[in-house]
Ligand binder design. Structure first.
Ligand code: AMP
Length: 186
């Protein structure tokens, strides 16, 4: 099964993806994690994206599409992929559909974690101190949230039109949200 965990920054996508990796032998494909690894390694790619990520803007579609493509075989060999933080634009979503189709696969389900903006801001205020992520500060977070609302949320009708979109309340505890996702996955 190929699943997209969809939702704004700090909705709990990463936490839920990690749980599914353990429970279902799926592979978490987080473009944010891949980009942070590139920065940590000091690679050319890392140098190109560091400033953009720190500000809270999206990096280019080409970069993230290539990162995802290189990891698809690994996900196929396991129980499927959990896309976490990808796709974030319509161009990415279309590219993903084409890449999967070329491999005889598809997106099976899109789970949207619904969390209201106020709760997100509170979560991020708590996370900043712990995560050490430079883009968890209030200014960058406001830009990330805006990027979600303007560039990523418009994907919802795209997946609803394909009949793949399910909404799960993301405001509860980690276990409650997990139960909602499990119910959606069947
Ligand atoms: P995340 O860990 O998913 O919140 O991503 C952290 C940052 O990495 C984002 O704010 C973007 O700068 C960049 N990023 C991650 N995934 C994508 C993507 N699919 N498209 C564009 N930029 C991305």
């Amino acid at each position: 099964m190929n699943l997209i965990l969809f939702g704004p920054p700090a909705a709990g996508k990463g936490t839920q993806a990690k749980r599914l990796v353990e429970g279902r032998n799926m592979v978490q494909l987080s473009t944010g994690d891949m980009l942070r690894a590139a920065i940590a390694s000091g690679s050319e790619l890392g140098k190109r994206v560091e400033g953009i990520m720190q500000r809270g803007d999206l990096v280019s579609d080409e970069i993230v599409i290539e990162l995802i493509e290189s990891r698809l075989p690994e996900a196929e060999a396991a129980g499927g992929a959990i896309f976490d933080g990808f796709p974030r634009t319509l161009a990415q979503a279309e590219a993903l559909d084409i890449m999967l189709k070329g491999r005889g696969r598809q997106i099976d389900l899109v789970v949207r974690l619904k969390v209201d903006d106020e709760a997100l801001k509170q979560r991020i205020a708590g996370r900043f101190a712990e995560s050490g992520r430079p883009d968890d500060n209030p200014d960058s977070f406001a830009i990330r949230l805006n990027a979600y609302n303007t560039q990523t949320a418009p994907l919802l009708p795209y997946y609803a039109g394909q009949g793949k979109l399910v909404e799960v309340d993301g405001m509860g505890s980690v276990d409650q949200v997990a139960a909602g996702i499990d119910a959606a996955m069947g």
